[in-house]
Ligand binder design. Structure first.
Ligand code: A2P
Length: 276
């Protein structure tokens, strides 16, 4: 598995296994183990997914040394603020049964001027766990440039990653460009639009020409655009299929066509509109 280099030098495998909408329990443990067996070395979870325990158990059972795996988790909205975040971080480590995570993210930005202060207080907690070596890298999720800018003005450590919804039909190019300009790796949650983009005629036609599935096309499209896809699947065949993306290249012309598709398939979860 190839890697990107984060702005602190820590390496991050270019495809991660997403675990959103996978519940705590044996099924998740099996899927994460299947993913590791298939070759994934990067697992993405979050406190709010409620599956950190299963992820930790799968990793422990995989037999792959901890240092060969990249594990991300996130602090959720109800734990924003300095003290709360430190507490939430300890709880995540406990559920994962780990001494460190590779990447710790603020899951969603708080909004407005008051929100900017909350985001900074939360960020200070991330800076602390980073300095302690308990998070090897820190970053944000669902932050748009207008959330990142005030944070970056005050931060002493710059965010290393921003995990956003990103897939054909919803590429959020302005945020991707902003992040790339500031050396922040963009991770793509729902790179298949949680399945919503798979029925697209245009994508099917393009994928067919490469003898690849639409899922593989979407994952490859992320990689060629310099972003980091986090596909999720609970099906062993599809878990494997989603890694078979290193044996073809999308032409610049097809990249352009995909980039310029009219908007479709977004989750509707906009950081300035969500009510959770
Ligand atoms: P399943 O878990 O049954 O495989 P996203 O990563 O964008 O959130 O998309 C995840 C959704 O897409 C899940 O419903 C998953 O279903 C489905 N999925 C994942 N990989 C594939 C694939 N290769 N082909 C078709 N559907 C897929």
């Amino acid at each position: 598995m190839e890697s990107y280099k984060l702005n602190n030098g820590h390496m991050i495998p270019v495809i991660g296994f997403g675990t959103w909408q996978m519940e705590e329990g044996p099924q998740t443990q099996v899927s994460v183990q299947e993913a590791i067996e298939a070759g994934y070395r990067h697992i993405d979870t979050a406190a709010v997914y409620g599956n950190e325990k299963s992820v930790g158990l799968a990793i422990a059972a995989s037999g792959v040394p901890r240092e060969e795996l990249f594990v991300t988790t996130k602090v959720f909205n109800n734990d924003r603020g300095y003290d709360q975040t430190l507490h939430a971080f300890d709880q995540s480590l406990e559920r994962l049964a780990m001494e460190y995570v590779d990447l710790y993210l603020i899951h969603w930005p708080a909004r407005g001027e008051a929100g900017a202060k909350v985001n900074y207080d939360t960020w200070r907690a991330l800076e602390k766990v980073y300095k302690e070596g308990r998070a090897k890298a820190i970053g944000v999720s669902n932050f748009l440039p207008h959330h990142l800018e005030p944070l970056m003005e005050k931060a002493t450590i710059m965010p290393m990653a921003d995990q956003i919804e990103h897939h054909p039909g919803y590429n959020q190019q302005e945020t991707v460009d902003f992040c790339h300009k500031h050396n922040i790796v963009v991770e793509a949650w729902s790179p298949l639009g949680t399945g919503r983009v798979l029925a697209s005629q245009e994508l099917q036609e393009i994928a067919g020409r490469y003898e690849k599935s639409v899922a593989q096309l979407c994952i490859r499209w992320c990689l060629q655009g310099g972003t980091l896809p986090l596909p999720k699947s609970t099906n062993n065949e599809r878990i494997r299929e989603n890694l078979e993306v290193f044996d073809f290249t999308i032409t610049p012309e097809d990249m352009k066509t995909i980039n310029n598709l009219p908007a479709f398939g977004s989750s509707g979860l906009h950081p300035d509109k969500i009510n959770f």
